[in-house]
Write a protein that binds this ligand. Structure first.
Ligand code: PGA
Length: 252
């Protein structure tokens, strides 16, 4: 059975102490499951303590919310894949729409990040893609996804598992999630596109959905949305909700 993923993106909501407490409480409410990996993504400042807490837990891992593409040097404010690996981080989000919107991150930068991750570390990248509401309304969703996928992946030799999170910008933080039918259409399209253009990674790539996931919609999206897991923002800030989402994935 293909592994399922539950990714908690805590964004800039928690200080290190709050992140630690939330992780502790999540561990208390969750029974380990062989077929679900949880990846907790706190802010950089919490990574070190959180990885000490998680230790060698085989089903819960730590992820970073971003990284830079160089391994070291004069890059004020940045963190490299190799520095993150040294802190016990196993996964890293790249290309999240909030970074594309607020920090001007481009497809070319996402590509460099992916390249840096693959060359410098064993981190598994979680590549975020998704159209905004104008693009969705004008019917250019697949065009945008193709542009973002090609911008990130073209020209790279990828010999490890990557995760792709489809996160429509109009769904993030809006309370307005995708329907399972539409989610399946997009997930099937991404799989088809990968198998045509990047056949060496298409079987091992996990496709996730993110955008206003909560306890009311998670079950139907997991069962009928054609995806391998969830990337969760707001709902992941509550340990019992996060544990309940884990339970839904584990039962699928
Ligand atoms: P949300 O955020 O679940 O609060 O919509 C998801 C994300 O931005 O990854």
């Amino acid at each position: 059975m293909k592994k399922k993923y539950l990714i908690a993106n805590w964004k800039m909501h928690l200080n290190p102490r709050q992140a630690y407490r939330l992780a502790e409480s999540y561990l208390k409410y969750t029974s380990p499951s062989q077929n679900v990996s949880t990846i907790l993504c706190p802010s950089f400042t919490a990574l070190s303590d959180m990885s000490a807490l998680i230790g060698k837990n085989r089903s819960v891992h730590i992820g970073a919310q971003d990284c830079f593409w160089k391994s070291s040097g004069s890059f004020t404010g940045e963190e490299s894949p190799s520095i993150l690996s040294g802190l016990g981080v196993r996964y890293v989000l790249i290309g999240h729409s909030e970074r594309r919107i607020h920090l001007g991150e481009t497809d070319a930068m996402v590509h460099l990040k992916l390249k840096g991750i693959l060359e410098q570390s064993k981190l598994k990248p979680i590549l975020c893609i998704g159209e905004n509401s104008g693009e969705q309304k004008s019917g250019s969703t697949f065009q945008i996804l193709e542009k973002q996928l090609r911008g990130a992946l073209d020209g790279l030799k990828i010999a490890r598992q990557i995760l792709i999170a489809y996160e429509p910008v109009w769904a993030i933080g809006s309370g307005n999630s995708i329907t399972p039918v539409d989610c399946k259409k997009i997930a099937d399209w991404i799989r088809m596109f990968l198998s045509k253009r990047y056949s060496s990674i298409s079987n091992s790539t996990s496709i996730l959905y993110g955008g206003s996931i909560d306890l009311a919609n998670a079950h139907s999206i997991i069962v009928n949305g054609g995806i391998d897991g969830l990337l969760v923002g707001s709902a992941s800030l509550h340990s019992r909700t996060l544990a309940a989402l884990h339970g839904i994935l584990a039962r699928k």
